[in-house]
Design a protein around this ligand. Structure first.
Ligand code: FES
Ligand SMILES: [Fe+2]
Length: 352
């Protein structure tokens, strides 16, 4: 029973999706998640490996995520049917004194899982084995770097979210005074699309990114700002100062729940020398505030999209990167047996 959304997602399913922070999945009990419209239960089996299986008891569909984990198995909260880490139903208490395993095999769908960079990843390919690694979250545990995750629920779909995370023109409106203020400056920009990524470089070494700059770049060194989108759902924004001695990186990987709802795991990583000690306390509330402003504007756009759809957008040169992201995602979603959109490079200007 594959969800409609997963069924309609074509090649977008053939990736690892973040389903939880590692620390959220303990041996104490299961957690329930929705990925691409499918209810999934995550739990830790003996040996601590994370198991992901359909969150549905084979008996009467009670949610296993409300059950218990014991002896390397998960038990349904309703009548106690018990499943092992392979999804096999190995015990039905009402079948006998010891609840002997029934003769015919009853089995729940399981999903390949792995843990990397502090996240639990689930492979969503339909009937396919993993053929690639999850996105490598940069500097999750690199020497000299600080890092932390934020998990945020958005009322909008993945395409619009990744566009928002890479969109510069909105910053002077949505994050006015917090991140950037309008300065009527021209921003020469290069956009480069490959068959799986869109890279944007801003030729604007004197860009200012708000009062955080005192912390991130106290000496006012030239700043290199690049935004990159990686198929199908991840953005990485780098601010590198001077000779790369200091850097600030925001990486967001989006997990679709439904067409208009998405969970985003954002890794903030920073290398600021001694200022790392201050950044540890200062950055989390600041980045939480900025993300909250995006949550609100994405909800506003989401309401418009639910009413009008997304087939009548108007694009300007500042939307070039968005158009390329949409082209890649639409190609993958179509599942068509055609070549991906051609690699290309475009240069343009916009104003902030
Ligand atoms: S619904 Fe799960 S055991 Fe009955
Ligand atoms: Fe934003």
């Amino acid at each position: 029973m594959v969800s409609k959304m997963r069924q309609a997602s074509g090649r977008l399913t053939e990736y690892w999706y973040a389903a939880a922070l590692s620390e959220e999945v303990s041996t104490k009990g299961p957690v329930g998640r929705v990925v691409l419209g499918e209810m999934i239960v995550l739990w830790r089996a003996a040996g601590r490996q994370v198991v992901a299986m359909r969150d549905r008891c084979l008996h009467r569909n009670a949610l296993l995520s409300e059950g218990d984990v014991f002896d390397g198995c998960i038990g349904c909260p309703y009548h106690g049917w018990t499943y092992d880490s392979g999804g096999r139903c190995i015990n039905i208490p009402s079948e006998g004194a010891n609840g002997e395993a029934p003769a015919e095999e009853r089995r729940l769908e399981t999903y390949p899982t792995l843990e990397r960079d502090g996240l639990v990843w689930v492979w969503m390919g339909i009937g396919t084995e993993p053929d690639k690694a999850p996105f490598a979250m940069p500097h999750h545990a690199s020497p000299g770097w600080g890092a932390y995750y934020m998990k945020t629920r958005f009322q909008n779909g993945v395409t619009n979210l990744v566009e928002n995370f890479m969109d510069v023109p909105h910053t002077v409106f949505v994050h006015k005074g917090w991140f950037r203020s309008r300065s009527r400056k021209r921003v020469p920009t290069t956009v480069e699309r490959t068959d799986h990524s869109v890279l944007v470089t801003y030729d604007q070494p004197r860009d200012s990114i708000g009062f955080t700059e005192k912390l991130l770049n106290p000496k006012g060194l030239p700043m290199l700002h690049t935004d990159k989108f990686y198929m199908p759902n991840t953005t990485r924004v780098d601010y590198v100062f001077g000779d790369e001695a200091r850097a600030f990186v925001i990486t967001s990987t989006c997990t679709p729940i439904s067409e208009h709802e998405t969970e985003v795991y954002t890794l903030i990583s920073y290398k600021l020398g001694l200022a790392n000690l201050v950044a540890r306390f200062f950055l989390p509330p600041y980045t939480r505030k900025v993300i909250q402003q995006d949550v609100e504007i994405m909800e506003v756009q989401g309401r418009g999209l639910r009413h009008y759809g997304d087939t009548e957008f108007t694009s300007t040169p500042a939307d070039t990167l968005h158009v390329h992201i949409e082209a890649l995602r639409q190609w993958a979603e179509s599942g068509a047996d055609t070549a991906p959109p051609e690699p290309m490079v475009e240069r343009m200007d916009f104003w902030i």
